[in-house]
Write a protein that binds this ligand. Structure first.
Ligand SMILES: Cc1ncc(COP(=O)(O)O)c(CNCCCC(=O)O)c1O
Length: 451
């Protein structure tokens, strides 16, 4: 791990875990009580602490506690939450202008972000990019683009998928609770196929059977009716599921066979998180469209649809847009992110994070009978809690271990269709000592609670 990298970007914040109070501390408790009186209870909360500062691998709360950040704001602040280069470029832009709306007048940084994505995303073909603000907007617009390009309506999605909380993306997301419950009818023309979860295969027979099941779903609904198929290279909210080897290349073949736009949703797995710039590189596949957001601008809202020029240019002029789409502050943040990927050290850090995490966590597969799998790629890793024999999910263990980590100053998240997956999303700039400290706390809690 490049300690100097973490040190460079986090000089303002001591990179060690420190507990000044119980978690949450008294000031956070007081502020949370005020929040409850002002904020919709529909917004969930993982750990009710109020942040005062954050950078590198540390989040400092208003009570002076320093927590190890294994969340990165849900795979967003890969370069640390107050990365100096990002802050410098955004501050300079702030003094020039915050917003003019790219549908009204233009600014160069928008084009520069599109140029970088066009050059660096997988696929040796001519590309264009459209910028938006949130991941869900990118997914929604990818569907619009695919429909405009093909004249078709249907969208194929997969079990355990997550694509957002807007009406269309809610419908594309698999899990009902909490994402769709009580929110009325879901959109039409969204058809779900079985995914290829190696631990919990929907069909027997490996990847060939999984792909045959997908093709059967296409045939059942007429393959010529599908505009797009949308897949995450690692299913994030669904449980950090790395699909069976060969599954995504097989989807590429099916998309080509039936003239369907292959959309690869890299909103959580992309931007260096898995140890390559884009997660689909591990699969040797180029989507016709690739979606990015989250870490794209390291916390300033920005998302993108990048892909084949003939697709991006299919919508009529004015058919795509949004008031804040490609906001100049976000574009400057993204350009600062791109600069920091140039020397390859961030990708090397992601690969080292995986090595260290596997070194600490994989022994638990032998020492407990409820850690069913340690999985993932790069700095996108997960522990699935389930009975090793029956695979019965153990969500209560995932919740208890995560809660115990919080109490000891390590911020972890859970996920998964069954809520039984504890996921690790450390910033790519985290130092090795801090990473190891957080992993040891996690391992100790697993042994104490699940051993
Ligand atoms: C693959 C993938 N596609 C799309 C999205 C949606 O991105 P937005 O920026 O949250 O709209 C995500 C967002 N994932 C975190 C959701 C957190 C929550 O809302 O509970 C994703 O992971």
């Amino acid at each position: 791990m490049t300690e100097t990298l973490a040190a460079r970007d986090a000089e303002t914040l001591t990179q060690t875990r420190h507990l000044a109070t119980a978690i949450p501390g008294p000031r956070s408790i007081q502020l949370h009580e005020e929040r409850v009186q002002q904020v919709s209870s529909g917004l969930g909360i993982t750990l009710p602490v109020f942040v005062s500062r954050a950078d590198g691998g540390i989040i400092e709360d208003v009570d002076g506690n320093r927590l190890i950040d294994f969340a990165s704001g849900i795979a967003v602040t890969s370069l640390g939450a107050s990365n100096r280069r990002v802050a410098q470029r955004v501050a300079k832009q702030l003094e020039a202008f915050t917003h003019t709306c790219f549908m009204v007048t233009e600014y160069e940084s928008f084009t520069q972000v599109c140029d970088w994505l066009n050059r660096n995303t997988p696929g040796d073909f001519d590309k264009r990019t459209a910028l938006f603000s949130t991941g869900a907007e990118a997914v929604e617009n990818a569907v619009k683009i695919a429909r405009a390009a093909t004249g078709r309506a249907n969208v194929l999605v997969f079990d355990e998928a997550y694509h957002g909380r807007s009406l269309l993306t809610m419908g594309m997301t698999a899990k009902v609770n909490p994402y769709k419950l009580n929110f009325g009818p879901m959109p039409e023309h969204v058809i779900r196929a079985a995914s290829a979860n190696p631990l919990r295969p929907a069909v027997d027979g490996g990847v060939e059977a999984a792909l045959a099941s997908v093709e059967a779903t296409l045939v059942e609904h007429d393959p010529a009716s599908f505009a797009a198929m949308v897949i995450e290279p690692i299913q994030g909210e669904g449980g950090f599921i790395v699909p069976m080897a060969g599954f995504i290349p097989g989807l590429r073949q099916l998309a080509d066979k039936y003239g369907i736009v292959l959309v690869i949703d890299e909103i959580q797995a992309g931007m260096g998180r898995t140890g390559t710039l884009f997660a689909s590189e591990h699969e040797g596949v180029a989507g016709d469209l690739i979606l990015t957001a989250k870490a794209l601008a390291n916390g300033v809202p920005l998302s993108a649809v990048t892909g084949r020029t003939e697709l991006l240019n299919a919508p009529h002029a004015g058919g795509l847009g949004g008031t804040y789409a490609g906001n100049p502050l976000a574009c400057e943040a993204a350009l600062a992110v791109f600069e920091q990927f140039e020397d390859g050290s961030l990708l090397e850090n992601a690969r080292l994070i995986e090595r260290v995490a596997r070194e600490v966590l994989e022994p638990l597969l032998e020492s407990t009978d409820v850690v069913a799998q340690v999985r993932g790629r790069g700095a996108m890793l997960a522990v699935e809690f389930a009975d090793r024999v029956t695979l019965a999910p153990r969500p209560e263990l995932a919740a208890a271990v995560s809660k115990a980590c919080h109490a000891r100053g390590v911020l972890t998240l859970t996920c998964g269709t069954h809520g039984n997956v504890l996921r690790l999303l450390p910033p790519l700039v985290i130092g090795e000592a801090l990473l190891r400290d957080g992993l040891e706390v996690l391992a100790q809690n697993i042994i104490e609670l699940a051993g």
